[in-house]
Structure formats: C-alpha cells, structure tokens
Design a protein around this ligand. Sequence first.
Ligand SMILES: [Fe+2]
Ligand SMILES: [Fe+2]
Length: 482
Amino acid sequence: MIDIDTVSYDTKIPNNVGLSEDRRVLKALEKWHPGYIDWWKEMGPEGFQDSLVYLRTAMNVGADGWAKFDYVRMPEYRWGVLLAPQKQNRVVPFGEHLGEPAWQEIPGEHRALVRRLLVIQGDTEPGSVEQQRHLGTTAPSLYDLRNLFQVNVEEGRHLWAMVYLLQKYLGRDGREEANDLLMRRSGDPDKPRMLGAFNEATPDWLSFFMFTFFTDRDGKMQLESLAQSGFDPLSRTCRFMLTEEAHHMFVGETGVGRTIQRTCEAMKAAGIEDPNEIDRVRALGVIDLPTIQKKANLHYALSLDLFGSEVSTNAANAFNSGIKGRYHETRIEDDHRLVDDTYPVIRLFDGVPTVVDTPALTALNMRLRDDYITDCTRGIARWNRIPAKIGIDFEMTLPHQAFYRQIGEFANVHISPDGVVIDDATWAAREGDWLPSPDDGAFIASLMHAETEPGHYAGWIAPPRQGIDNLPGDFEYVKIAA
Ligand SMILES: [Fe+2]
Ligand SMILES: [Fe+2]
C-alpha cells in the first residue's frame, strides 16, 4: 500500500506514486535523469551550481506543512514526482463523459490530445529556467537570489511532473517527447521552445518579477483547467503543481511591489511629485513608474498570447472529451456540457474591437483569458495601494487586451493601450510611450548590480516585509561558493 501523503525518498527519484514497485517507469525515468542533470548544468542558473541555497523540498503533499527547508546545492536538489492525493469516487466533471468515473489511464481516442497538452505544458517549464539563467549575477539581495533559485528548481520539478505522465501513460511516444523536452532551447532559432513568451529574453530583475507575475499566472490558469481533467493522474499532478505555483506569483507580485515602493519612497524623500519627471526620478537610482508600467504592458500582452486564439476548435475538443476543463469548473453552475450555450468573445469588426456572442464550446480560450484578466486586475489593485499609501499620485493599469498582440484576432493590427485601432505611423510614433525602449532597458540594466551581503538590498528595490520560512531578511539565504 502506497502512502500517498508522504513522499518516499528510497528511490533515486523521490515520489509518492509507488515508483519502487513500478519498475518499467522507474527504469525509464532513471534513464532520463542523467540527461536532465546535464541539461540543468548546461542551462540552469549560471555561476551558482556549487552555492548552498536555502531551498524548500516537498516532503508530503498534504494541504499544510508539506515542505522542508535546508541548504542544498542545486544540482543535488531532489526533484521528485508528486501527485496530490486521489479523491475517492471522482468523476469526469464536464464534457460528453460528464459523470463517468474519472480515468486512471488515458482513453485510447484521446491519447494524441493528452500528449500534445503534456508536451506544451512541459516545454514551458525548462523554457523559463533557460530564460532566467543569467539573472543570478545581478541579484538585488541574497533573499531575491534564493527566490529565483526556488522558482527555477520547481520549474525543473514541473518538467519532471510532465515527463512522468509522458513516460507512464504514453509509452514509446512519451519517451520520445521526454527526450525532446531536453533538446529545445529558449530563444534558439533552430530549436526554440514551443510558445512565444518562453523565447523572449529576461534581461533584468524587473522582467523576472513581471514574468513571474504575468506569465506564471498564465501557468496557474492552464494548470487550474488541467486540474479539472477527467484523466485523474493529470488532475492530481496539476493540483500539486498549483501549490508550488502560488510561491512563484508571490515572488512576482512582491518583487514588482517592492520596486514600486522604493521608487515612491525615493520620490517622496526628494520632493518629486510628478511621476513623469523621469530624468529626476532616474537620477535617484530607482526605476520611474512609467517605465514600470511599460514593462507591465509588455509582459501582459505576451502572456495573453499564451491563451491561443479566441475561437478554437481544439479547445472545444479538449473540453468535450473531458480532458481540459474551465477555471473552477466544479464551482460553476451550469450543465458542464455547453452544447447550446454562448459566450461573449471580443473580435475585430470594421476596425473596432467588438464583443460578439459565440458558441461557448469554441470560446473556451477566451473564457480562460477573461478569468486570467480578472486575476491580474486584482494584483494590479494591490500594487496601486503602494503609491496611494506613500502619497504619490500614480495608478498602474492593464492595457486593453487587444494591445500588442501576436496571436489571435488582433495579431495583424496596431491597437493602442486604450483599445483603439491605429495606423502604422501612429504606432511608430507612440510605441516608445507604451513599451520599454532600448533606452529604458539600458537604464534598468545600469541599476542591476549584485548585492551579496546578507540583509543588504540594491537601491532600486525595498526589502521584503518578512523573510522566507520565518527567518529574518538578513539571513544568509545563499552561501555563494568562492
Ligand atoms: Fe511551472
Ligand atoms: Fe511557475
């Protein structure tokens, strides 16, 4: 009998799925392991592989107290396969199989669909580690450095999570996909990662914080809808990943929040009231608020693209077949089949973004994106309390969802942050007001210097309100190897 709450560390691969009794899958994973470690050493955090990092490792998958904190060298981190506990008598909660017992194997006719979803999700995980690998050398504090590495090792674990499902349930096809996941590289022209946002550069720490706020939040929405899956092992896998994902978004939200805070405090101390006095604000060694807004605009637009086309038959198939549900599916009060329902979708009509009722089944990407936008809006409101409290007149906003899009309905038009279609000349004239320019990037880069004294923070960011694991902010979260 497998104790699914407690993680077994008796095999090379920590797990709560009874791997020691599942020789075929254990062997396959042990074969994959060295390639993964090679990938981590080649593409993981650059320059810190020998450092001792104060990391959390999952010890059980219960609702609380699941992690243990200790110093670890990252290549020795115990990446494991962890699924949330199985729910008794769980049924397929939506689609044409609604109410049937949840599947413990992938139904034959849905194998191709599940394979594609696992690979797309799996590909994002190493992608973000690759994007962030240069950031360690400019960390604003040891606390932030540790948080970066925590996110990185957990994204590595998320790759393990998808690879386990591929190896266990998809046989030889799964093995091939698992190997390919180690071959692609973020930003590589010949073998890029599969989704656009995971091929963008993450050049500085503000980008990292924006990425973990906006792009990890897309990850959360995707995991939430896969957590509803009628394929039970996928559901359980995603449910546990979500507990880790919460920390990633915490890192992003507090990171941007601390940046805003420091800027506002510096402005206040210098007697600067107008956030648009950019040169004066920058002279204080902090990032001006309009530039922070531009960074948010960029990362928001890139993340909206991850939801795919507004109208999609793939999304309809994934729902109909019981594989990918809606956000909080089981809390929604409707028939969970959507056969005759409609959903309002934003489309371009006569050059104007217009809301049109569309068959709900094909509008599921749009619906998930709407849920995402609601979630982002709450985070922005929390950021806006910071200038208000310090007494600086500035509000962050989300641009219109059609702004700067590369995928879907608005990919081929220029749209202002207010949602107005504009011509090429207007776009060219205004782009620098709305998106970070090379000059903005160079200024931010000029502030990025490593702060390696425990308890010291770079001048552009405020210290956190509290440390990790109830430790003080001046704890030595990373012991950097000489
Ligand atoms: Fe992840
Ligand atoms: Fe994440």
